[in-house]
Write a protein that binds this ligand. Structure first.
Ligand code: NIG
Ligand code: FE
Length: 374
């Protein structure tokens, strides 16, 4: 093994008990962090960052990156005043069905590469643009080629013309059985009137857990509903969106291991109200930030941009936003080996071309981040 010392780190955000170190150094060995400290540690080779900042690589814990086509027309119409109601999902389902495996594979690879260029070192990828057993299985197999964090989102919406209860039963039965070997997670879009209602979500989550998958829920995105409460009651790792929260929802999240995953890029692009992140933090809820990368509500995987939005629009401090985009995402994926820089963690480092990581929020849209491949 070759040990590499990364020295000259002006500001190192570790998310360990020290938190932030100045004039720091890290030793990487065999793909793992071997040592964290100051000065010039002994190693086989050294990389000098000349005072730049280092943070854990971003953990983007919520994306829908396996799809074909785009919905730019829907976006333009929305900016002219149309509301987002999830109806466009059907057009992505049709475009995805018409695409061959090679085309989908190439598009997914290029989206993951673009995310990596923006500092993302772990990405969760959902299915959800198939909506029948064979199509969801195809999307999950492709997702599993690029990440271990794969999520079955057969319960995205009810396909056009299908009976909602019959489709929910199909997802909970045949589809889950076929797809479980390729999925780590099971997600439900709980949005009464748009996607799945409370009783359907409840049955789906129970089936997902029985199939051995971890749970995640799209909850409270477009209106108040039972999603957050059900996510907590079923021990979901994450309740995502959380734009509409009751006091009971906030209390339930605060007393649970369920992370509230906030997706301000989707709110920006769908022009929907932002979640009340300060209310969640003040109540002691763990939060994550993710991109939601998808063709409908947020065709971007830029986590630096998400951090800028979270600071400007969700009133997080830059440090809180960076934590949510790294350690928060790791918690939402129930991972302790990422989102943190400490001995034993994966050597997923992101370099910020600035003296402090706060420049990520301070200089929106600038290409400041790169990942360190060691
Ligand atoms: O997270 N809410 C549901 N799913 C996606 C959007 C999917 C789409 O519009 O294609 C979301 O915003
Ligand atoms: Fe989503």
């Amino acid at each position: 093994m070759t040990a590499t010392a990364v020295v000259g780190i002006g500001e190192l955000t570790t998310h360990d008990e020290v938190g932030v170190r100045h004039d720091a150094a890290v030793v990487v060995d065999g793909g793992l962090i071997a040592w964290v400290g100051h000065g010039s540690p002994a190693a086989d080779e050294a990389v000098d960052l000349g005072g730049r900042a280092v943070i854990p690589g971003f953990v983007d814990s919520h994306t829908h990156l396996v799809f074909a086509g785009d919905r730019v027309g829907e976006f333009v119409a929305r900016m002219a005043g149309e509301a987002y109601d999830g109806g466009g999902i059907a057009s992505t389902v049709a475009a995805t069905a018409a695409a061959g495996d090679e085309e989908l594979r190439a598009q997914l690879a290029s989206r993951v590469a673009a995310a990596r260029q923006q500092g993302t070192t772990t990405v969760e990828v959902k299915s959800g643009y198939g909506l029948d057993t064979a199509a969801e299985l195809r999307l999950l197999r492709l997702a599993a080629e690029v990440t271990a964090e794969t999520t079955l989102l057969g319960a995205h919406v009810v396909p056009r013309g299908a009976d909602p209860d019959a489709y929910a039963a199909l997802v909970a039965g045949e589809m889950l059985t076929a797809c479980a070997p390729y999925a780590r997670w099971f997600d439900v879009f709980c949005e009464p009137g748009v996607a799945f209602d409370g009783p359907q979500t409840e049955a789906l989550l129970a089936a997902g857990a029985a199939a051995g998958l971890g749970l995640r829920v799209h909850a409270g995105q477009l209106g108040a509903g039972p999603g957050v409460g059900l996510a907590v009651a079923h021990g979901a790792a994450s309740a995502d969106h959380c734009n509409h929260l009751s006091d009971a929802d906030v209390d339930a999240l605060a007393g649970s291991d369920t992370v509230a995953t906030l997706l301000p890029g989707a709110d920006f692009c769908a022009r929907t109200p932002y979640p009340d992140a300060r209310r969640l933090l003040d109540a002691g809820v763990s939060i994550a930030l993710a991109s939601d990368g998808n063709p409908g509500t947020c065709h971007s995987t830029s986590m630096p941009w998400v951090i800028s939005l979270a600071v400007r629009e969700l009133h997080l401090t830059p440090a809180e936003a960076i934590r949510a985009a790294t350690a928060g995402g790791a918690q939402a994926l129930r991972r302790s080996d990422i989102g943190v820089i400490r001995p034993g963690a994966l050597a997923h480092l992101a370099v910020v071309d600035a003296p402090t990581a706060a420049h990520l929020a301070y200089r929106p849209g600038m290409p400041l981040v790169s990942t360190l491949a060691l």
